[in-house]
Design a protein around this ligand. Structure first.
Ligand code: FES
Length: 97
């Protein structure tokens, strides 16, 4: 569930769009971190570690650890906690390391 109104969010109205995560439509807002849209959709896995053979997701949330790396519009290793939703129809995919 998303919190859409809160005093720390301000009064600015954001543009709601649809992005695609592993082919499934997900609600997102222009300018929010991609990871925020994923969490809002109860998606917690960003990549699968080949070494550990397990799903990995948000750890630091500030662009340092790399656990949230995904494939964004065909580009690998995008840190989704700091990369922003830019437009409708963005394609986000689980990254297999
Ligand atoms: S969660 Fe650590 S870089 Fe994104």
């Amino acid at each position: 569930m998303r919190i859409t109104e809160h005093r720390i969010l301000g009064d600015e109205k954001r543009e709601r769009v649809e992005i695609f995560v592993d082919g499934a439509p997900v609600e997102a807002y222009i300018g929010e971190p991609i990871l925020a849209a994923l969490v809002g959709a109860d998606i917690n896995a960003c990549r699968v570690s080949a070494k550990l053979r397990e799903k990995r997701g948000c750890y630091c949330g500030i662009g340092r650890c790399g656990e949230c790396r995904m494939v964004v519009d065909g580009e690998r290793d995008v840190r989704t906690c700091t990369a922003l939703v830019e437009r409708a129809g963005q394609r986000i995919e689980t990254q297999w390391d």
